[in-house]
Structures are given as C-alpha cells and as structure tokens.
Ligand binder design. Structure first.
Ligand code: CA
Ligand code: CA
Ligand code: CA
Length: 569
C-alpha cells in the first residue's frame, strides 16, 4: 500500500502563523495579522484561533488519495442514467454523469468529490439486478459492451476515481453454461466434470437445496432455485474464478465488492468461507498488489470480525447503518460519546484480526431502505452524514442518499431511477421491473444543487473535509470524553500527524475544554453546521450561515453551536 503524502502547503502554514500572531493582540502583531489576512482569510474576529473561511470547504487545499482509502459511491447501473433512451441505465450513461461525482479538479465544488465507485453487477445476467451471472467475462448487453466499460474505467481514472465491481461467486445463474453442462452430464451418468463445479447430492433433504430434475439428484441453492451455489473448493472452479479476476483487473478495475461471502461455505462453516476468501484475495494481489476488496458479510459483529482474518481489506459495517444503527442512534439519543467510543473499539477489534483492515461504514445500500425514509428532519439527516463520513476507513454512499430518495417496500423500490432533473427527464429510468411505486423525492439533483441547505451540498462539505484531513480515514483513533455525552470527539494519529474531530449532536450549544495533554489545539481545519433553523428540535440559537458560524476556539476551549462538527489540528 502506498503511503498518503501529507499536504504541506503554504496556505496551511500561513493560517497557523496568522493564528499565532493574532492570539497575542499587540499592535505590532495585529499589523502582521492584517498582512497575513489575504491568504489566511479567517472569518472570526477577536483573539481566538482564526476559523477558515466558509468552514474550510473552499479554502483548504487537498490532494487526491493515492492509496486504498477512498470515499465510495454505490451505483446501480440499471437506474443511474439511460444514455440511449431504451429504458435501462447503461455504461455510457454513467460516463455522462461522472462530472457530477468527481470532475477531477479539487478546486471545483459542483461535484460530490467521491474518489471511488462501486458498480453493482455489470456481468451478463438474465435478471434486472444481475446477481445471477451467465457470463463472467462479458458486460450485460443492456448496459453496453466491454469496450464501453473500458471507456468508463478510463474516464474514472482520469478523474482520480477508482472503480470496484461486484463479484458474485457464491452462485451462478441456472442458465450459466457450467450448470447446463452439469445437468447434461448427470443425464449421461457422468459426475466427474461440470457436476463438480456445483454441489449435487442424491436425496438431499433440508433447506437450501432443490431437485435438479435428473433422477433423484438435488443441487445446493442457498438463495433460491435460480441461483445454484458453486463448489468454491473445486480446483477447476477456482481456476475459472482466477481467470475472471485477472480479466477484470487486467482491464483496469481497482478491486471488487464481494457478494454474499458468508454463504461461500455456509454448510461447512466460517473457517471454510474465510479460507476461500484468503485464497481469492491472495490470488488477486498477485495480479494487482494494491487491489481493494470489500466483502458483504451480513451477520453479527463476532462473525464479521472473524472474517477480517481472511486478509480482505474491508467488510461492510452493518452495525452503523439503518434506523437503529449506531449512527442514527447517536443522533437520536444525543450520544456522541458512545459513537466515538464505538469507533475506537471497532477499529481496534478489526485491526486486531487484520492490521491493514479498513472499516466500511454506510447508511444504506441496495438491500436496505435509504436514510431519508427513517430520518425525519434535514438537521438530523445532515448530522448522520457528518458522523459516518468523518469516521475512519472507507464510507460508502448509496446513489440517491444525497437527494433524500426513499423506497423501502421491496427491492425494486429501493433501486429506483436516479432523479436528475424535474424539468428535463432525459436519462431518467422510469421503471425498475416489479416496482409499482415510482414516487419522486422533493428535490432532483438539479434542485438540490441550487439549494444551499440541501443534503447534497452538505455532503460536498463533509467529503471535502474528510479529504482535506487524510488522518481521519487512516489514523489510529482514541475517543475523548469532554464532560458531556452529547458532545465528544476523537484524536486520530496517522504517522505522527494528529487531528481531533469533535461532534456536537445536541440541540444545544456546547462549551468544551480539551485537555492539553490529550490534544493541543493549533489550528481549525474546518467545520460543519448541520442544524437548520426551521427544524423545531433545535433549542439553542444556530448560525444563519458559514460567514457567522457561532464557533469560537480559544486556548483549549471550543464553543460549538447545536448539531455541528469541527476538525482541529
Ligand atoms: Ca440504455
Ligand atoms: Ca471538484
Ligand atoms: Ca455457497
């Protein structure tokens, strides 16, 4: 893994210098401070530490990540953007919308600024969701060609955006030629060829198996009869999968999202599944040493921790997501302290099983309801975004989260067309098979771009703050109690460079004293204001804009308005 180059810019230095000079208050220093103001451009008068203009959003420079630490965006290609008006989103559609995700320029703010994309399955498949593959080396025709995908990769890489694709190897589609050949062989009384690719047994009773339609043979199919489970321990299956992994890595993908990893050897036990994962990851590294993999292990914490022993970089953190997950709980129960203590504990646990482990937080994905469905106010939606986007590791945002799309009744409803514009429906995917509810959110992307307070514009700020401070994703974290559970923080240390992040998840302002032996405050890197004035739950006064943030940082005392976050250095 490449080490992240910490930024040392003149701008940063000048802010520190200016802050130091400003703190003294003598006439001479005031003059110096004025002389510095053209570059430091702080927004706060008085004798505290200067705050960066506009929360630091447009004033603190950063570089694109060069290692595996990225802010990811999950895309369902079917629903994202339809470039040829055939009713189905496609590779060329994603290319057309890349500048919305990242335009490749850290100085512009029209884009979200994400540095990674997870594409849900793109390989040939008979289903709309494509989690049952018929050809592992071919992009589904509905989405385009392999060349279209290659072009998408090139366009992403030009913008410093990594691409990982879904790899679905627990099972294939029933129509996959391997399975079709296996059935032909069974009929011919042959069991040493493709039959070995799957798990066939005679007279198998119990769940997760179906009749193969030949004599009294049954085959394993843990998800449903249309998805026969592969025999991942079979050397020939492994050779096939290695060819698939090499094919896409050679084409330029940066890694894989691994579907259903707990199910790999669900009948043999976790150790066997973990061994499969280790084999897969170790092989992929021989092709691309810095390959990134994130596994879907949708089980309890103990099982997820165990799976980190495979060496795979990340497993999705299912414990922070959803209505009752840690992130929303933190806001609803005003328990910032519980959150940072959780972050410290979980980081130490996953790194205990894999020193290179990277946590993968998210609020929702294609299988769960988006957060706008369970978070009532914009204030709380923004605070939720701040919490998981300022956690260590790689956060994953499901498309549509940022414009408060909803959908919870069934899977197709959670995968509705991305709502780009209320005035121009070009590219909008009207219908996902079997979805009956096509209701649209209040704001399209176009509307949200123009609304200063929109969740979309808040996400841009928090993602920028995350990237301006590479310690947040990469550092070793220690929770810091500041006397009140509704306002707490953490100090994180990345190769000796430390930042402190403080969250105030209360409806009241907070005045906090940071012990000097815990963290010595020298600089304000940036801050976030999540509270919206019209939200009735906010009790204390809140800032009306970033020009007057109602934040002061003086000596070791930090005053924060309700629902806010700050990054100190
Ligand atoms: Ca299309
Ligand atoms: Ca940009
Ligand atoms: Ca399996």
């Amino acid at each position: 893994m490449k080490k992240y180059k910490l930024i040392s810019l003149a701008l940063t230095g000048s802010i520190i210098l200016s802050a130091m000079l400003c703190g003294c208050g003598s006439k001479k220093n005031d003059q110096n401070s004025t002389a510095q103001s053209s570059v430091s451009s702080g927004t706060q008068g008085g004798d505290g530490i200067k705050l960066p203009d506009n929360g630091g959003f447009t004033t603190v420079q950063y570089q694109f990540s060069e290692d595996k630490y990225k802010t990811y965006y999950e895309i369902f290609p079917y629903s994202f953007y339809d470039s040829n008006a055939d009713g189905i989103g496609d590779m060329n559609g994603i290319i057309q919308k890349l500048d919305y995700l990242n335009d490749g320029d850290t100085n512009t703010t029209t884009d979200l600024g994400v540095e990674g994309i997870w594409l849900m399955p793109i390989m040939e498949s008979p289903s709309y969701h494509k989690y049952d593959v018929t050809n592992y080396m071919k992009v589904d025709e509905a989405y385009g060609t392999n060349d279209d995908f290659k072009k998408l990769l090139d366009e992403c890489h030009k913008r410093h955006v990594d691409v990982i694709i879904d790899l679905v190897i627990n099972h294939t589609a029933l129509k996959h030629e391997w399975y079709q050949k296996a059935i032909e062989e069974l009929k011919a009384g042959k069991t040493d060829g493709y039959v070995q690719y799957y798990n066939f047994e005679k007279d198998h009773t119990g769940g997760g198996w179906s009749k193969a339609g030949v004599d009294n043979w049954y085959y394993e199919c843990q998800f449903y009869s249309g998805m026969p489970d592969l025999n991942l321990q079979n050397p020939k299956v492994r050779e096939e999968i290695q060819n698939v992994v090499k094919y896409w890595l050679d084409m330029g993908v940066d890694g894989f999202r691994l579907d259903a990893v707990w199910w790999y050897e669900s009948e043999k036990g976790n150790d066997a599944s973990i061994a499969d994962l280790k084999w897969l990851y170790d092989y992929a590294k021989t092709v691309k040493p810095d390959v990134y993999m994130v596994g879907e292990c949708w089980k309890d914490t103990g099982t997820t921790l165990e799976f980190y022993k495979s060496g795979v970089d990340s497993f999705f953190n299912f414990f922070v997501q959803g209505a009752t997950g840690k992130v929303n709980f933190t806001v609803n129960k005003k328990d910032a302290l519980g959150y940072v203590q959780y972050l410290e504990k979980w980081q130490s646990q996953i790194k205990g099983n894999n020193p290179d482990a990277i946590d993968a937080q998210f609020l929702s994905n294609h299988d769960t309801a988006r957060s706008a469905g369970y978070i009532r106010t914009l204030t709380k939606k923004r605070m939720n975004a701040a919490l998981y986007m300022l956690a260590p590791g790689n956060p994953f945002m499901y498309y549509g989260e940022e414009i408060c799309m909803t959908g919870s009744q069934n899977d197709p409803e959670k995968r509705k067309g991305m709502y780009w514009s209320s005035t121009d429906m070009t590219g909008y995917v009207k219908r996902i098979p079997d979805n009956t509810n096509n209701s649209l959110p209040d704001q399209s992307v176009e509307d949200a771009q123009k609304d200063e307070n929109s969740l979309l514009n808040f996400y841009k700020r928090v993602i920028a703050l995350r990237h301006q401070n590479p310690e947040i994703a990469r550092g070793t974290l220690k929770a810091v109690e500041l006397g009140d559970k509704s306002a707490a923080g953490y100090v994180t240390d990345y190769n000796g460079s430390k930042v402190m992040v403080i969250f105030n998840v209360s409806d009241k302002a907070a005045e906090l004293n940071v012990p000097k032996d815990t963290f010595e405050i020298k600089e304000v890197r940036g801050y976030l204001l999540a509270a919206i004035g019209s939200d009735e739950e906010v009790k204390d006064a809140i800032p009306s804009s970033y020009a007057d943030p109602m934040i002061t940082v003086k000596d070791q005392t930090v005053k924060l308005p309700p629902y806010s976050a700050i990054v100190l250095k």
